[in-house]
Design a protein around this ligand. Structure first.
Ligand code: AMP
Length: 188
């Protein structure tokens, strides 16, 4: 099997987690969600979890070095590297570190997919998720802050990957299966 690295990007509430699970299964990739990994660390009460919790609850990013170390240990045991990245990289520093890691493991970014969803729909979806899942960072105030963090720290990655010719934009509006098909269309 060939290495394959697919990145799902988009603002909070765009549906990255849902689509990442569906695509990982269909393409035989391992879903790597730094948000899920951090939440697992928080609930297990690890050192990392204790350092990350307050930042996560405030909608701030966890420092790059902690995130990169966590991703490195996950990729270390994977040959070939076949991953569906959800919520990582989120800053230019993380994107550069990822390039280094992938080069070490004989892989490179195959495709980055941006899920486009209008802003008003994002807030609505996140408030609905808050009611259903009870995530502690899904309050209205934190949601707004996470969106501004996305604009400032993560949006620049769109240009970073567009310049390499691996960036695709897909509408994230519609039924889950419809969005999954749109993504698969640009990947094949
Ligand atoms: P998510 O589940 O991807 O929305 O992530 C939830 C929270 O975990 C974020 O608001 C951040 O506090 C933290 N987090 C997840 N992934 C990263 C990352 N790649 N870099 C920094 N912080 C992250």
């Amino acid at each position: 099997m060939q290495p394959e690295v697919i990145l799902l990007m988009g603002p909070p509430g765009a549906g990255k987690g849902t689509q990442a699970s569906a695509l990982a299964e269909r393409r035989d990739l391992r879903k790597l969600s730094t948000g899920d990994m951090l939440r697992a660390n928080v609930s297990e009460g690890t050192d990392l979890g204790m350092r990350a919790k307050a930042l996560m609850d405030a909608g701030e990013l966890v420092p790059d070095d902690l995130i990169v170390a966590m991703v490195r240990s996950e990729l270390d045991s994977m040959r070939p590297v076949r991953v569906l990245l959800d919520g990582f990289p989120r800053t230019p520093g993380q994107a550069e570190a990822l390039d280094g890691l992938l080069a070490e493991y004989g892989a490179e970014m195959t495709a980055a997919v941006l899920l486009d969803v209008p802003n008003d729909m994002l807030v609505e979806r996140l408030l609905k998720r808050a009611a259903e899942e009870g995530r502690t960072d899904d309050t209205e105030e934190t949601i707004r802050h996470r969106m501004s963090v996305y604009e400032k720290s993560t949006r620049p990655l769109i240009d970073f990957y567009a310049e390499r010719g691996v960036m695709h934009r897909v509408s994230g509006v519609g039924a889950v299966a419809e969005v999954t098909s749109r993504i698969e269309e640009v990947l094949d």
